[in-house]
Ligand binder design. Structure first.
Ligand SMILES: *[C@@H]1O[C@H](CO)[C@@H](O)[C@H](O)[C@H]1NC(C)=O
Length: 214
């Protein structure tokens, strides 16, 4: 076997492990699994973009000035490849752990957003709430798909530890809550874009397309 074949077989078994539930294991192709995962990540990115524009329809002018810098997102300390070329040079298993770390790191903040959305001082708060809920559910589905046996099978590693999220509430007054909600969402949107692009590189490699088309 060539090293490419070994790599590709390794990846195949890794994904079979990841995506086979312990009770039911259908023989689904690797490409199908990755297709489904990328569809979900696509959806996450689209939902967060749509939520951002909903919020923008009634967002205080001051909000843009008061919004924390993206470098203060709780996931910013995670080292991720910055551009396409870097992504292409990262091994599959590492891309997967980055995806998993990002997804896990969003469990708590997404819960907070879903709790806060219904009382947000925004005229579209009920639409914002249902999209936030959908965001949370889809994130869980994607996580669950990748979660199942990664820990047991390739060993738990520090890279799977979710990044600590310290914001227990959004803020005291209506404006601060709205600004912090928007801030967290923009952090999520950035991370969902990373997850989506990592998954698409994995899918492309699995489909054995020429590297330059990935
Ligand atoms: C804060 O927002 C809520 C929900 O929109 C509203 O009922 C309440 O009056 C607002 N409070 C202040 C102080 O503006």
């Amino acid at each position: 076997m060539t090293s490419d074949q070994i790599k590709s077989n390794g990846m195949k078994s890794l994904f079979t492990l990841l995506l086979c539930s312990s009770l039911r294991c259908h023989a689904v192709g690797l490409s199908d699994l990755l297709d489904r995962a990328s569809q979900l990540s696509d959806k996450l990115h689209a939902l967060s973009t749509s939520l951002t524009s909903d919020l923008d329809t009634h967002f205080p002018t001051m909000g843009r000035i008061m919004m924390p810098h993206p470098s203060t997102c709780h996931t910013s300390s995670l080292q991720t490849p910055n551009d396409k070329d870097q992504v292409l040079s990262v091994p599959e298993s590492e891309l997967l752990s980055l995806i998993r770390s990002l997804l896990l790191s969003w469990n708590d903040p997404l819960l907070l957003l879903a709790l806060e959305a219904p009382t947000l001082a925004h005229p579209s708060n009920s639409a914002i709430y249902s999209k936030t809920k959908e965001l949370q559910d889809n994130t869980h589905s994607l996580s669950a798909g990748l979660d199942i046996s990664i820990m047991g099978n390739i060993g738990s590693s520090n890279s799977f530890t979710p990044l600590p999220f310290k914001g227990g509430n959004l803020g005291q007054d209506n404006t601060s809550r709205l600004i912090y909600f928007h801030f967290l969402l923009s952090c999520f949107r950035r991370d969902s874009h990373k997850i989506d692009s990592f998954l698409k590189v994995l899918r492309c490699r699995a489909a054995k397309l020429r590297p330059e088309t990935c």
